[in-house]
Design a protein around this ligand. Sequence first.
Ligand code: NAD
Ligand code: UDP
Length: 311
Amino acid sequence: MGGAGFLGSHVCDALLDRDYDVVCLDNESTGSDTNVAHLVGDDRFAYRRCDVVDTFEVSGTVDLVLQLASPASPVHYLAMPVETMKVGSLGTMHGLDLAARHDARFVLASTSEVYGDPLEHPQRESYWGNVNPVGPRAVYDESKRFGEALTTAYRTSRALDTGIVRIFNTYGPRMATDDGRVVPTFLHQALAGEPLTVAGDGLQTRSLCYVDDTVRGIVTMAESAHTGPVNIGNTHEVTMLELAKHVVELTGSSSTIEFVERPVDDPEKRRPDTALARELLDWVPQVDARTGLSRTIAWFSEALEARSVGA
Ligand code: NAD
Ligand code: UDP
């Protein structure tokens, strides 16, 4: 579910590498079939354009259901508030029902946003979070919190085999340049020679994880019997101003920095405690920021070049 998105498409790749048959369900609201175009023709891969807010069935044997369908960029979920709440609630329920019908394991892609603007730092799984239920980000945060509660209810009352991963900010190839999240925005701006739009004073922090590490964490959790929630993220924390300067340095850009308005309820700091992932899944991130950003810059440069040739 959500397999044509940024993370979902890399999860499809990883599962095929591990010799699964994969059925990818996506309504292309924020993803695109171009993210999985390279998989078409592989007879272990099937793509179905559908909205998981509506009921659906998958024929044959199903061993694993991965629920990644949801807008994830603040720009996207603020533009689609009700759709976000529907996919986090009804979409997640339909994935759980599919898993229950097939006696399959279900894994929910939850988020560090369940911690809201955290009062505990770094964030451990035991922290309940600090979310404004009527703020603009609530449509995402609360739908993920609801998804976690629903997943737990299916496990405790219906004996479904479930797992929850709380994913922290992840970046890498296949993020859309107009996605609005900080890494694709800064990279696009730096490569175009435009000013990098740093929100507020840029002193708020995030801890950015390269996509290969996150996907390995998701797949390891899927293949385990653990229920979670388990944090998956990189512990290397940076301010957004530091990130902007790093991007300018790595791209060799002449871009300047422009300070813009900070979004409402934008969390001040975020860093995962990953002790549980290390202990249960033997998972630690392996790609440092310089390597991950350089790989992403190379991919964005090629994508922008291909677009300008095609234009
Ligand atoms: P994305 O927007 O690239 O991918 C989400 C995919 O879900 C898209 O392909 C979209 O079209 C699809 N989708 C949305 N609503 C749907 C619906 N109703 N029916 C079918 N498909 C639908 O975002 P992403 O970064 O790949 O995130 C994937 C998942 O991981 C999301 O659930 C997100 O909440 C979670 N997550 C991501 C991050 C991150 O940093 N990338 C961090 C925390 C959690
Ligand atoms: N941000 C920024 N400039 C941008 C986009 C985002 O400074 O052009 C900031 C944003 O305000 C937040 C951080 O970068 O503090 C991460 O934002 P993103 O949307 O990537 O993810 P979030 O963690 O907020 O969901």
